[in-house]
Design a protein around this ligand. Structure first.
Ligand code: SF4
Ligand code: SF4
Length: 275
């Protein structure tokens, strides 16, 4: 007879175990989809690989659902007579240290038929969708607004089309956005600050602030837990052109970020004088 441990030996538990990913490092570059984050201090921790994250199987399924929904949204736009092209066009700023990819470019929208628009696809739960209906993307989803603004600015376009699927009801939300190019320039300046300035910005809140409670950098920022060692936060690293990083100890470009025995944390990341 096989004895089952009902807490762990279930089909659901097995699915959850194999579907999760652990110790996930931030991307190799500052993502344009992150640039509108309300906390610039978080972006510094992110760009310097100061933390790793465990991503649950449920979160991974949410990402997967979002990717799959994009194909349906493209098909629905095409069926409505809109030409969609340039899926995954890449954008790069600040010596290739900040990058992003648009979901597509569309032309033939009834709102402005002759003008190409950056297209951004998202999925949403019902609560966030209702908020979006009430407030619009700029207020309700400022990071998405900033992402589209930047792509359109870098592509020299004046419009974007924001399309969201409600995962509960299958309802669509579609909003045309007119690009504020001055705002795009301020986002490029922000990316430049995060990448080049060695000063940790102030916290946006304390331990119980709602945005902080969900932050992957919470432990190092709010609880002073150790920063994950990486060449990216070593005092001997130098940020170079073309997205490159160089070790000043060896004078070699780095193709990986696992720290060596000479590693020392760059002290500005402790932000001790800037709480
Ligand atoms: S915990 Fe709060 S202050 Fe600290 S990095 Fe995260 S969002 Fe910013
Ligand atoms: S000294 Fe070591 S840890 Fe620091 S940047 Fe060079 S290789 Fe990386």
């Amino acid at each position: 007879m096989v004895l089952l441990n009902l807490d762990t030996d279930t089909t659901l538990q097995k699915i959850e175990d194999v579907g999760k990913t652990t110790n996930v490092k931030p991307r190799d570059y500052l993502g344009m989809s992150q640039l509108g984050h309300n906390c610039e201090r978080f972006l510094n921790y992110y760009f310097r690989h100061c933390f790793t994250e465990d991503i649950s199987a449920q979160s991974n399924r949410i990402f997967r659902t979002g990717h799959k929904a994009e194909d349906d949204m493209i098909a629905d736009l095409k069926a409505a007579g809109i030409t969609v092209y340039g899926e995954q066009d890449e954008y790069s700023i600040v010596s290739d240290h900040c990058r992003g990819h648009n979901d597509g470019i569309g032309i033939g929208f009834p709102e402005e038929p002759d003008k190409p628009h950056i297209i951004e696809f998202k999925t949403s739960n019902d609560t966030a969708f209702k908020k979006l209906l009430k407030e619009g993307v700029k207020v309700s989803k400022p990071m998405h607004y900033d992402q589209m603004t930047l792509y359109a600015h870098l592509k020299d376009l004046d419009h974007a089309m924001y399309m969201v699927l409600n995962k509960n009801t299958s309802q669509y939300y579609v909003e045309q956005v007119t690009i504020d190019h001055d705002h795009a320039k301020s986002l490029i300046e922000k990316a430049d600050r995060v990448i080049t300035q060695e000063t940790l910005p102030q916290k946006i809140g304390g331990m119980s602030w709602f945005e902080c409670k969900w932050c992957p950098a919470y432990d190092i920022c709010q609880l002073n837990k150790p920063i994950t060692p990486s060449c990216r936060n070593c005092k001997f690293v130098s940020i170079e052109e073309q997205g490159q990083w160089k070790c000043l100890k060896t004078d070699q470009f780095l193709d990986q970020y696992e720290p060596c025995g000479e590693y020392q944390l760059d002290q500005w990341l402790l932000g001790e004088n800037n709480e």
